[in-house]
Each structure stands twice: as structure tokens, then as C-alpha cells.
Design a binder for this molecule. Structure first.
Ligand code: TZP
Ligand code: MG
Length: 210
């Protein structure tokens, strides 16, 4: 899972703009992985959004990951799922998704990262990097220094998350993250495409310097 700019949907943070408008702009700006994450959508609404995102991500050559819902991921032929620590275990999700699919999991410290790697995760989310208003029930901040500690402990790709802006991205990538995942810094930006392009450019530059 070698993505660089991982953009997560969030209609509540999209300034009233629709999913198609916002995600099309993020993809034009260089998002190479989109996660469908809408906690208050019904199954029907998730399915409809998933089909739309599948079309947009295919056209852009980007990945599509579905948060939590393995059934929705299968129904829309997504590239994989993103799980929380309390969701179905990685092995079970992989069995349900079938071969060739991506299974990622949220982690918050070295112990969880090691367990995820042992369980065969394709990538780990690691965060929060900073306090964020986007997710209310976050674990304590791990920060960019936490990326360094986890990078020293595991080989699995690290997708840093939580409160990340363009200004934080260089340090996070230098500390060993493969990618940054954002909601508000891209979907809440006035110019979504420009915001994505700026962050993607920083990731590309810093990864090139490693
Ligand atoms: N998981 C940990 S922090 C977070 C999620 C989904 C929210 C990320 O949103 P933002 O706006 O990039 O802080
Ligand atoms: Mg979850």
C-alpha cells in the first residue's frame, strides 16, 4: 500500500459541497487513495457514495478504501477496508474480502503497530499527530515523534493521521511516515485541488529526499 496522499471523506467538513465535487478536486490535486468514511450514513447511502467514489478513483487511477464496512467494500469492489482496533480482526476481514485486497488498521502506539504488523496489516494508520476537532473520541496525541518510534519498530507502511496540515507534512514524512491522511486540510479547504496539490507536493519532495 504505497499511497502518498490519503484523503478521507467527511461531508460535515466539506462546506456544503457535494462528494463528487470535493473528491474529484482532491484527485486532480494528487490524492492517490480515498477512504469513504461517513459515520452517519445508512447502508444505502454508503453504497451509493461507494459506487460514485469507485468510478472517480478508477478514472484517476487511485485506490478506494471503505471505513469499517466490509460488506460495502465488497459490494462496490473497493480496494480494501480500514478497521479500528475494535472492529473485526484483520484476519477475518481478509478472509471476507478475498485475495489481493488491502486491510489497514488504526494504531496509536508501538504496541498496536507491532500487533497490526504481526496480524498482516497492509498499512497502519497512526495518530493523532495533533489535536483535531474532526474526530471527537481520539486517543492521546502521538505526534511526529511517535512516527519515529513506530518506524523504528515496524516495516509496515505508516499512514499518519489527525490534525495534519501542509505545515506538518514534511516533518511527519521525514520521521518515516509513507503517507499522510487528512480530512479537513483537504475537504474543508476553500480550494480543495490546490490544498491537495500542496500536501502531495511536500510528500513527494520529502520522500525523494529520504
Ligand atoms: N482518525 C484519527 S484522527 C481522525 C481520524 C479519522 C480525523 C482526521 O481529520 P483531520 O481533519 O485531518 O484532523
Ligand atoms: Mg472503525
Amino acid at each position: 500500500m504505497d499511497s502518498r496522499l490519503y484523503v478521507i471523506t467527511g461531508h460535515a467538513f466539506s462546506k456544503g459541497r457535494g462528494l463528487e465535487e470535493v473528491i474529484s478536486a482532491a484527485l486532480r490535486g494528487g490524492a492517490d487513495c480515498i477512504q469513504l468514511r461517513e459515520k452517519d450514513f445508512s447502508g444505502r447511502e454508503l453504497l451509493e457514495a461507494g459506487h460514485l467514489l469507485r468510478r472517480l478513483t478508477r478514472e484517476a487511477g487511485a485506490r478506494l478504501i471503505i471505513n469499517d464496512r466490509i460488506d460495502v467494500a465488497r459490494a462496490v469492489d473497493a480496494d480494501g477496508v480500514h478497521l479500528g482496533q475494535d472492529d473485526l480482526p484483520i484476519e477475518v476481514a481478509r478472509e471476507m474480502l478475498g485475495p489481493g485486497k488491502i486491510v489497514g488498521i488504526s494504531t496509536h502506539n508501538v504496541e498496536e503497530a507491532l500487533a497490526a504488523e504481526r496480524a498482516g496489516a497492509d498499512y497502519i494508520g497512526l495518530g493523532p499527530m495533533k489535536p483535531t476537532k474532526t474526530k471527537l473520541d481520539t486517543e492521546p496525541v502521538v505526534g511526529p515523534s511517535g512516527v519515529l518510534a513506530v518506524r523504528q519498530a515496524v516495516q509496515v507502511p505508516i499512514v499518519a493521521i489527525g490534525g495534519i496540515t501542509a505545515a506538518d507534512t514534511a516533518e511527519i514524512i521525514r520521521n518515516g511516515a509513507n503517507a499522510v491522511a487528512v480530512i479537513s486540510a483537504v475537504v474543508g479547504a476553500t480550494d480543495v485541488e490546490a490544498a491537495a496539490r500542496e500536501i502531495r507536493g511536500i510528500v513527494d519532495r520529502e520522500r525523494g529526499n529520504r
